[in-house]
Write a protein that binds this ligand. Structure first.
Ligand SMILES: [Zn+2]
Length: 318
């Protein structure tokens, strides 16, 4: 059978079926649209309202800013300049298109250096020799450049500048490892909750984003860590029903207590448990002892307060 009658038949089928023609027309029209979407989806998706850096990546910028700031200290200016790390992070969020896997200390330091300019030198007296003659030293004089000067130098366009400004409307500290989360010497004020380790108020790791101490990766700390020695009694923070008393995976030996108002407290990494599942406990009652079971680097109590199963910051309750 020759080729052309077959082709003709297909055309005829199309002509006789207008619905098919419309379908094909739509398909053909959609191809350029799909290509355009693919072309622009990348940059659009990459743009978020906050820099997508993990705590360990944020730390690169914090350290770079500190290093460069320290390098501006001289014999004539002991304080030196203070380079802010937040603009560095905001600029790199734009330059790296949010791909902070490309961030490095070296890159962050180079960026931080752009904020410092040597404007000249000065000579100052740094001491006196044994004849009472002043000892002079000539050192560089630095000036802190403002954000616009740096953005000009980096040749950022208007859209990129708007993004940098947008990122800087936030306090980027929220992306950092929270550390202890309380100031040194902080003391809890007991309101509706008792402090779970009476007499020990040393919070070693706070609630929020942090660098995992065991894995060294970035994570979210769902409670607070209270540094206490092995065997220190742990008490129920409030009256409630024990729902878990035993091994609980990464939590190690743990006690979970359900309270009123959809609240739950969790006491983890215990060395010993002094409560059983289904038991009603009173606030202040000993339920276990500080340990280092499960995913833990040393004796401490990992303490959580959950509201409707969502971890909340326990410090907010004291
Ligand atoms: Zn913890």
């Amino acid at each position: 059978m020759p080729f052309w009658p077959w082709l003709l038949r297909i055309f005829a089928a199309f002509l006789l079926d207008p619905e098919k023609i419309i379908k094909w027309a739509i398909c053909i029209l959609l191809i350029p649209v799909a290509l355009l979407v693919l072309l622009f989806a990348g940059p659009v998706v990459a743009y978020e309202r906050i820099p997508l850096a993990k705590p360990s990546q944020v730390q690169l910028y914090v350290e770079a800013a500190r290093e460069v700031s320290e390098s501006t200290r001289t014999a004539c200016d002991e304080k030196g300049l203070t380079v802010d790390w937040q603009p560095l992070l905001a600029i790199d969020a734009v330059l790296l298109r949010q791909d902070f896997s490309l961030a490095s200390k070296w890159r962050a330091v180079n960026l931080a250096r752009r904020f410092v300019e040597q404007t000249g030198t000065r000579t100052c007296i740094v001491g006196y020799d044994r004849h009472g003659k002043p000892i002079e030293k000539t050192v560089p004089v630095y000036r802190l450049r403002n954000l616009d000067e740096v953005l000009d130098e980096l040749r950022l366009d208007a859209g990129q500048r708007a993004k940098v400004a947008d990122y800087l409307t936030l306090d980027l500290n929220l992306l950092r490892d929270v550390g202890p989360g309380v100031p040194p010497g902080w003391l809890p004020v007991e309101k509706s909750f008792r402090w779970p380790v009476p007499g020990v108020y040393f919070v070693t790791s706070g609630f929020g984003p942090r660098i995992d101490p065991v894995e060294g990766i970035d994570g979210f700390h769902t409670g607070i860590d209270i540094g206490a020695s092995m065997g220190t009694p742990v008490v129920a923070a409030a009256d409630g029903l024990v729902t878990t008393a035993g091994w609980a995976g990464n939590y190690g030996q743990a006690v979970f207590i359900r309270h009123n108002n959809n609240l739950e407290t969790r006491y983890c990494h215990l060395s010993g448990i002094a409560a059983r599942r289904g038991q009603e406990v009173n606030a202040g009652e000993v339920i276990g002892y500080v340990g280092s079971t499960g995913k833990s680097t040393g004796p401490h109590l990992h303490f959580e307060i959950r509201r409707g199963n969502r971890p909340t910051n326990p410090v907010d309750y004291y």
